[in-house]
Design a protein around this ligand. Structure first.
Ligand code: PEP
Ligand code: MN
Length: 299
C-alpha cells in the first residue's frame, strides 16, 4: 500500500458526507429509519421457521434472520441444519415477503447461498478476520452484515470492512454484537460507545445485536433501547416461537409477544431521537420484487 493512502479509505466518512443507505430488496438500512431484523438463532424445522416468520412479520419487522450453518465452540454441539436449513429459511420468509439474513462461514458455500436466494450475507464475529472470506463476499452484489470480532478494535473492524469494499462491494452494514472484557457476569459487553464513534468515522450503516451482547432475553429490551438511543440504524434480534425449546442460544431468544412489545417500545425510543422505526409491512408499504440491491449516499 502506498504510504499516503488512508488505511480504510473506502469506508471512511468524509467530513461533508452523509451516511450511506444499503438497500435490501428496496428496504433501506441507514438514513432516517431504524430497521429490525429478527428470527431464531438457528434454523431448526419447517414448523419452527413458519411460526418464527409469522411472529417477525406480525410485529412489523421487515427482515428475517436464521442461521443454517452455526459456529459453535464445541465440535460436538449442533452445527446447524445446513443447506436444507437455508431452504427452510427462504421458504418461510418468502411467505411473509421478508428478505433473509444468514451467516456464511465457508467460502466454498458462497454460490450455494446465492443460488438459495440469500438476501444478506452475515459474517459472524468469529470470521471477521477471515480475509479470504471477506475478499470473496467483496466480489458479489449482495449486502453483507459484518459483525465485530469479539476482541477486535474498531480499527481492525473497519479494515475488515475495507477488504469487502476493496473488492467492489460497498453494501456493508456493520453490526456491534458485544465484546470480550474482564467482565464475566454476562455474555459480552455491548459497546454502545462504538455506535456514535462509528457514525462519525465511517459512512456505513451501523446496527446492533443486543441478543448476543447480553446473552439473556431479559436484557434485550434495555440494550436494544440503548442502541437505538445511541443512533443505531437497526437491530438484529433473536426471536424463537418457543424460546425454551430453541436448539441454540435458548436463554437469549425473545418469545413472539416479547418481541412485539419490544417493537412498541423501540418505536417510542426512535421517535424520541428523531428517527422512525420502519414497520412498513404493517402499513402496507410495497416490497420491491426480486433482487434489487443498491447502495446510495443519502440526499
Ligand atoms: C449469530 O448471529 O447467531 C451469531 C453466531 O452471532 P455472533 O457471530 O455475533 O456470535
Ligand atoms: Mn445466536
Amino acid at each position: 500500500m502506498v504510504n499516503n493512502v488512508k488505511p480504510h479509505q473506502l469506508v471512511a466518512r468524509e467530513p461533508d458526507r452523509t451516511g450511506s443507505v444499503v438497500y435490501v430488496r428496496g428496504i433501506p438500512v441507514g438514513g432516517d429509519t431504524v430497521q429490525m431484523i429478527a428470527g431464531p438463532c438457528s434454523v431448526e424445522t419447517a414448523p419452527q421457521m413458519e411460526a418464527a416468520a409469522a411472529a417477525v412479520a406480525a410485529a412489523g419487522a421487515r427482515m428475517m434472520r436464521g442461521g443454517a450453518f452455526k459456529p459453535r465452540s464445541s465440535p460436538y454441539a449442533f452445527q446447524g441444519t445446513g443447506v436444507e436449513g437455508l431452504h427452510l429459511l427462504t421458504e418461510a420468509a418468502a411467505k411473509h415477503a421478508l428478505p433473509v439474513v444468514t451467516e456464511l462461514m465457508d467460502v466454498r458455500l458462497l454460490d450455494t447461498f446465492l443460488a438459495a436466494g440469500v438476501d444478506v450475507i452475515q459474517i459472524g464475529t468469529r470470521s471477521m478476520q477471515n480475509f479470504d472470506l471477506l475478499k470473496e463476499v467483496g466480489r458479489v452484489d449482495v449486502p453483507v452484515i459484518l459483525k465485530r470480532g469479539m476482541s477486535a478494535t474498531i480499527s481492525e473492524w473497519l479494515m475488515a470492512a475495507e477488504y469487502i469494499a476493496a473488492g467492489g462491494n460497498q453494501q456493508i452494514i456493520l453490526c456491534e454484537r458485544g465484546i470480550r472484557t474482564f467482565e464475566t457476569a454476562y455474555r459480552n459487553v455491548l459497546d454502545v460507545t462504538a455506535v456514535p464513534f462509528l457514525k462519525r468515522e465511517t459512512h456505513l450503516p451501523v446496527i446492533v445485536d443486543p441478543s448476543h451482547a447480553g446473552g439473556k432475553a431479559w436484557m434485550v429490551r434495555a440494550l436494544a433501547s440503548a442502541a437505538v438511543a445511541a443512533g443505531a440504524d437497526g437491530l438484529l434480534v433473536e426471536v424463537h416461537p418457543v424460546p425454551a425449546e430453541a436448539w441454540c442460544d435458548a436463554d437469549q431468544a425473545l418469545a413472539p409477544a416479547e418481541f412485539a412489545a419490544l417493537m412498541d417500545q423501540l418505536d417510542a425510543v426512535a421517535r424520541a431521537v428523531g428517527r422512525t422505526l420502519d414497520r412498513g409491512r404493517r402499513t402496507g408499504a410495497p416490497l420491491r420484487e426480486g433482487r434489487d440491491h443498491a447502495v446510495a449516499a443519502m440526499a
